[in-house]
Each structure stands twice: as structure tokens, then as C-alpha cells.
Write a protein that binds this ligand. Structure first.
Ligand code: HEC
Length: 172
């Protein structure tokens, strides 16, 4: 698959993925059901994480941790636990569907009240985020589900064969 097409496809999967309201995961049951090129999907087709008992994480969760740190941590806090400025995404993903979470990242969000003006930036044009959208999402999903603790993930699955090519194409 061409890489631009692949990115569009990843986005489409995120948007189409049905979301049943589970109590603790707005995207429903996170159990991996299918996988392609190192990426896992749940039964509803939403991107999900895969974490072994020995702590080995899937590649997307591993990369998502790093890209969260580079792009989101300054507002949403270490380990996605929130800050005085931005909400805890560990909490948010307990109720947000995949579509809602990705929609907030791509399109931004603004909550203006008399006492505050909170702005979630629009990342739709930011390749540092868009090229890693699904990794960031599955990292947050793993944090929100309690599958990944506050530790830095160290053991991870191998880099998918096409990974570098896909990312290069996304940035070009
Ligand atoms: C400049 C600060 C800032 C940065 C950087 C930032 N956010 Fe946000 N984000 C916010 C604020 C503030 C809100 C709450 C906006 C609101 O309530 O309308 C928010 C809301 C969200 C929401 C919706 C939460 C909900 O409960 O509805 C998601 C999802 C989210 N951010 C994900 C991310 C991700 C992923 C990144 C990194 C790619 C990121 N944010 C980077 C400030 C930021």
C-alpha cells in the first residue's frame, strides 16, 4: 500500500470504528482482534494496544509514548495524568470514543467560560502529530485502560518492516 494511502486508511479506520460505550474505555473492549504491520485493532476496528504479561508493548504503544512526550505532555502532563491547564487524558479516554478522541486531536477544542479559556490546539496540519496519530492514540488508550502504568515502556515488539518508509513518506 502506498504510504499516503496508508495514512488515509489509518485515519479512516479510526473514524469508522464503531464505539460501544464500555464502562472504562470509551472505545469499547480493547482486546486485540486483528493486526497488520505491527498495528493492532480491536473487534470494532479501532486501533488498540497489545501488552504482554512481561511488559513487552506493541510498537505503536512504544512510539506513542515518545510522541506523546514530544507533543502533548507539556499541557496534558506526564503519563497523560493532566495538569492545571489541560485535562487528564487517562480520564478522558474512559468515555471518549476513538472518533471523538482523534477528532479532538485533529480538529482541536476550545472551552471558553467566564473564568477560563482553554484551548486544545488543532493538530490536523502538524505532521509531527498526524504521522503518529494512531501510535499516540493507542498509547493513551493503554494508559486509560490501566494496561500501561506510569513506567517508561522499554521492551517492545520489533519495528514493523515498512515503518521507516511509511513515516518518511508521511513527512515528505
Ligand atoms: C497547548 C496545550 C495543549 C497541547 C500541546 C495539547 N493539548 Fe489536548 N487539550 C488541551 C486543552 C486545554 C484541552 C481541553 C479543551 C476543552 O476542554 O475544550 C485539551 C483537550 C484534549 C482532548 C479532549 C479531552 C476531552 O475530555 O474532551 C484530547 C483527546 C486531547 N486534548 C489530546 C491531546 C493530544 C493527543 C495532544 C498531543 C498530540 C494534545 N492534546 C496536546 C491542551 C493541549
Amino acid at each position: 500500500m502506498k504510504n499516503a494511502a496508508m495514512l488515509r486508511c489509518l485515519l479512516a479506520i479510526g473514524f469508522i470504528g464503531a464505539a460501544s460505550a464500555a464502562r472504562s474505555d470509551g472505545a469499547g473492549d480493547p482486546t486485540p482482534f486483528a493486526s497488520t504491520d505491527g498495528q493492532y485493532f480491536d473487534k470494532a476496528g479501532n486501533p488498540t494496544f497489545k501488552i504482554e504479561k512481561d511488559g513487552t508493548v506493541d510498537w505503536y504503544t512504544f512510539i506513542g509514548y515518545r510522541m506523546y512526550g514530544a507533543n502533548c505532555l507539556q499541557c496534558h502532563g506526564p503519563d497523560a495524568l493532566g495538569s492545571s491547564y489541560a485535562p487528564s487524558l487517562v480520564d478522558s479516554l474512559k468515555s471518549l470514543t476513538t472518533q471523538q478522541a482523534l477528532g479532538a486531536i485533529i480538529g482541536g477544542k476550545r472551552d471558553v467560560t467566564a473564568s477560563q479559556d482553554l484551548v486544545m490546539p488543532t493538530f490536523g496540519e502538524n505532521k509531527n502529530v498526524m504521522c503518529y496519530l494512531n501510535p499516540i492514540y493507542v498509547y493513551l488508550r493503554a494508559r486509560s485502560d490501566g494496561a500501561l502504568g506510569r513506567e517508561r515502556p522499554t521492551k517492545h515488539e520489533d519495528k514493523p518492516a515498512d515503518w521507516d518508509k511509511t513515516i518518511d513518506a508521511c513527512f515528505s
